[in-house]
Design a protein. Structure first.
Length: 551
């Protein structure tokens, strides 16, 4: 019995120990949590400090699963930002394995992005392309513009290695657009610099200078390394444009800060001084460069040019041999790079095609729904446009009717006004004509009239010919649409007296009345009428009164 109790106690202790071990392995200490939090906050501005903090976490395996994944991601990010090349993918795959289930889309995107950097360091083009595609998918799903800008930037770099400059420029512009949306000013400047470099590779030097200047305007004076890189690119552009003085100016500006590419700056200065025939200065900077790296052909070619100008023929032959060796080495390397570029392109296209097929297969129903919604939207839009056109036409017809009605109203008002004016003039003319008729009748019968002396005196008064002419002609013109004016224009040979007689005849006065009114003999009036017919070019058969009535 005692043995059984001891055995049970032993099993219980083992079980408790295992539980404590599991709990202790998956628990993050408060100190490590603080280190992770501080490293995450310092990663963008001070990646070196973030790396130092992460290195203080001595046992990452004791972290909890979420913190372990975050540690793996932050450590990979810090190493990359500090230019420490990592070829082992064991660390970053902890993050990709944890975030792959969609627990955190943004962290998953960054995990696959830094895995692509590791694959690039290992020379695995297929793995790099696959990781980049997954990073791009997560970046789009999480709407992380900054990460998407980084992915497009690495794509542009792959196309640069393949010497596909158009694609390189396209993806660099996409990277700049997304980084600008994210508000990442420094990486936007780097994108402008790389876009300018794309134009430089295509020998569009003036366009490249435009982008270099834009990058320099956005750059702060405190970012010495970035300013130095911009100045070096400006130097090369002006060198290719054969503006050696400006090239020298920017080359000197680029040397104000020191970095791992100092050897290229000294070679730039040597090349410029050689073009300016300042051979001592060129020789001085060539001696400063101990290892020209990938710029070996430019270095040895400059050596040859300087020595040839100095007539050091032995040195010329020596450096020509060096130049041939350097070119052969770079040629072999370029062949390898071209083959790798073709392989990268092939693998990238294959993976992209597979990914596209998978998306089409998985989203077939969604595409059908979208197509149906699009058809309904187009139909609704067409219906709305048709109804809008109908209403617009109705509105235009209504406006036209309103305008016509307004025009008719205005015309009717004008006709009424003219009719009223005409009636007024006709009444005045009738009164004048009646008055003149009475005067004419009085003169005709003044010898036989039996009235008082006042009436006889009034009848015997002569008519003021000028006043009578003006008043009577004015009345006739108002009543018959400028009758005298039309006669005078048509027959300029008519005198004022002729016009007056025409108006009197048209007004209906007979010859006796006209002769009495004008105080002339009836025979004189007949003579005047005969002359008037000649002036109006009337034939013997034409009636004067009918002519005047129809005129």
């Amino acid at each position: 019995m005692l043995f059984l109790c001891l055995f049970s106690m032993r099993q219980l202790l083992i079980l408790l120990s295992l539980c404590l071990l599991i709990v202790s392995c998956g628990h993050t200490s408060p100190q490590d949590k603080v280190l992770l939090s501080r490293a995450d906050s310092l990663m963008e501005a001070h990646p070196d400090s973030a790396l130092t903090l992460l290195q203080h976490i001595t046992d990452s395996k004791r972290l909890s699963s979420p913190d372990h994944a975050l540690y793996a991601l932050l450590m990979s990010q810090a190493l990359d930002k500090n230019n420490i090349e990592v070829q082992s993918d064991s660390l970053i795959r902890i993050a990709t394995a944890y975030y792959h289930g969609g627990k955190d889309l943004s962290h998953a995107g960054y995990a696959w992005f830094y895995l692509s950097r590791v694959e690039e360091n290992r020379g695995d083009a297929e793995g790099q392309a696959e990781a980049l595609l997954k990073a791009q998918t997560y970046a789009m799903r999480s709407h992380n513009d900054k990460l998407l800008g980084f992915v497009y930037g690495d794509k542009a770099k792959m196309y640069q290695d393949q010497n596909q400059l158009d694609s390189m420029l396209h993806y660099n512009r996409l990277a700049y657009s997304n980084l600008k949306k994210a508000g990442d000013k420094r990486n936007c400047i780097v994108c402008l610099l790389v876009i300018g470099y794309s134009h430089y590779l295509e020998k569009q030097y003036k366009t490249a200078l435009v982008y270099y200047n834009l990058a320099l305007q956005e750059c702060t004076d405190t970012d010495f390394l970035l300013v130095s890189s911009i100045h070096r690119q400006q130097c090369l552009a002006y060198y290719c444009l054969k503006n050696y003085h400006k090239a020298l100016y920017f080359a000197r500006l680029s040397t104000l800060s020191s970095d791992m590419y100092d050897y290229s700056k000294t070679i730039d200065l040597a090349m410029i001084f050689n073009k300016l025939n300042q051979l001592d200065s060129a020789d001085f900077y060539l001696r400063k460069c101990t290892n020209p790296h990938e710029m070996a052909p430019e270095y040895y070619q400059t050596r040859i040019n300087v020595c040839a100008k100095q007539k050091k023929w032995d040195a010329v032959i020596y450096y020509m041999d060096k130049l041939v060796i350097a070119k052969d080495s770079l040629y072999k390397h370029s062949l390898l790079e071209s083959f790798a570029g073709l392989e990268k392109k092939y693998n990238y296209q294959r993976i992209a095609a597979e990914n596209k097929t998978l998306i089409i297969t998985n989203q077939e129903n969604k595409n059908l729904i979208l197509l149906l919604l699009l058809s309904l939207s187009v139909s609704a839009l067409i219906l709305l446009l048709w109804r809008f056109r109908q209403k617009q036409q109705q509105l235009e017809q209504h406006k036209a009717l309103i305008k016509q009605e307004q025009a008719l109203v205005e015309k009717e008002k004008e006709n009424n006004r003219l009719l009223q004016h005409q009636l007024t003039m006709q009444q005045a003319l009738v009164k004048n004509i009646e008055l003149y008729k009475r005067i004419a009748m009085d003169r005709l019968f003044r010898s036989n009239a039996k009235s008082d002396n006042n009436v006889k005196e009034k009848a015997s008064l002569p008519v003021d010919s000028s006043a009578f002419y003006e008043e009577f002609i004015s009345s006739m013109d108002a009543l018959y649409l400028q009758y005298s004016t039309r006669l005078a224009n048509q027959y300029p040979q008519l005198t004022k007296n002729d016009l007056l007689i025409c108006c009197l005849l048209h007004a209906g006065l007979d010859s006796a009345m006209i002769a009495s009114l004008l105080n002339i003999q009836i025979t004189s009036l007949h003579i005047t009428r005969t002359r008037l017919r000649k002036k109006l070019y009337l034939t013997h058969d034409e009636n004067l009164l009918d002519f005047l009535a129809k005129f």
